[in-house]
Design a binder for this molecule. Structure first.
Ligand SMILES: NC(=O)c1ccc[n+]([C@@H]2O[C@H](COP(=O)([O-])OP(=O)(O)OC[C@H]3O[C@@H](n4cnc5c(N)ncnc54)[C@H](O)[C@@H]3O)[C@@H](O)[C@H]2O)c1
Length: 327
């Protein structure tokens, strides 16, 4: 069977992770990779026999591809996504946050309309096993209606990014755009649009914001907390607690617990991926969400299907929500 031909732009933290995911998915060939830093590109290319570029534009221009995967710093997403769409690449994966501002999102959505490119955004929490489990409980009303929900993403300040671009709010959007967007996107995916939202931010140095968002839905309230303002010794943690009428479901330190009137138990949640790769020093606790989202992406390509999960318009909506809060 013909292999799906992928080009990866940006080969450091996420680019390497994506390459290892594709390496674990059957029927994918990483044809070419690009990074300004040749050694970083070679590190990935060496593992997958890919052609090395230091100029991402050249990779897009010269390579016949089924898809381009953009793992570049956020301030470059729109520029390279536009180049790929103009080149007629049929599928595009753009890491989250999809862009930095509304203008870039509008440009990308317009380009998508003109070119018909099928675009997925790396809002990975939609694919994270424990969050997939929660969505199923909610959709099937397993424990009745929601009474209250809380989502948290607690992280030390990021240290791995090339030239520390992540700590420059102009290039990354800071913690609210880069980190908090994960839970805001999931909240919108799970519950839809809130009736009202308010937002509290305690600044301790611009990029290190501590953010709390409170959203009001018809019959319940959701609080979403995110921060990079934690010491390096603090273990990265993502957390949810949803109080349903008949049970509380909590995800903490990698484990889901259900508390109901009969006691508590750990539900069996099928994990889709073995642990692989080395992602020390970053704010990633495991790989299964990434392999799930990229497996979905590759399946859409193999079946010549539209992207229906984590679409470009979803990524743009979540960014717009965050930017509205910042106003
Ligand atoms: N989904 C997630 O959980 C998650 C986690 C971390 C980062 N991200 C996102 O992934 C994207 C990449 O982040 P990262 O942590 O991998 O950053 P990084 O700094 O680790 O990697 C970016 C790479 O891009 C290269 N690069 C920069 N400019 C370039 C250019 N013009 N042409 C070619 N290469 C260039 C750099 O040399 C670097 O190797 C960001 O949008 C970030 O927000 C997502």
């Amino acid at each position: 069977m013909k292999k799906i031909k992928i080009g990866i732009l940006g080969c450091n933290y996420m680019g390497k992770m994506h390459a290892d995911c594709y390496g674990a998915i059957e029927g994918v060939e990483i044809v070419a990779v690009a990074d300004l830093n040749e050694e970083t590109a070679k590190n990935v290319a060496g593992r997958y026999g890919s052609k090395v570029y230091t100029d991402a534009k050249k990779l897009i221009e010269e390579t016949e591809l089924d898809a381009v995967d953009i793992c570049l710093p956020t301030f470059l997403h729109a520029q390279y996504a536009t180049l790929a769409m103009d080149r007629g690449i049929p599928y595009l994966f753009i890491e989250k946050p999809v862009a930095l501002n509304q203008e870039e999102c509008a440009l990308l959505l317009q380009k998508q309309k003109e070119t018909g490119c099928r675009v997925q955004v790396g809002q990975v929490i939609r694919f994270w096993d424990e969050y997939v489990y929660l969505k199923k409980l909610f959709d099937e009303k397993m424990y009745g209606d929601v009474v209250n929900a809380s989502f948290k993403r607690l992280s030390p300040s990021p240290t791995w990014s090339s030239n520390n671009w992540m700590k420059n709010t102009k290039l990354s959007g800071g913690a609210i755009v880069d980190l908090h967007i994960h839970d805001i996107d999931y909240m919108l995916y799970l519950f839809g649009e809130p009736k009202k939202s308010s937002y509290v931010k305690n600044i301790r140095g611009e990029h290190n914001s501590y953010i709390t968002t409170v959203c009001e839905y018809e019959n319940f309230v959701v609080s979403v907390e995110g921060t990079w303002f934690l010491p390096p010794s603090y273990p990265f943690n993502m957390y949810y607690r949803v109080v349903f009428e008949k049970a509380v479901v909590e995800y903490d330190k990698g484990k889901v617990t259900v508390y109901d009137e009969n006691g508590s138990f750990t539900p069996s949640i099928e994990k889709s991926a073995a642990v692989f790769g080395d992602f020390e020093g970053g704010n990633i606790s495991e790989q299964s969400g990434y392999i799930n989202e990229l497996t979905y992406f590759i399946d859409c390509i193999k079946m010549d299907k539209e992207i229906e999960r984590a679409r470009l318009c979803d990524g743009a909506r979540s960014l717009a929500f965050i930017l509205d809060e910042l106003k």
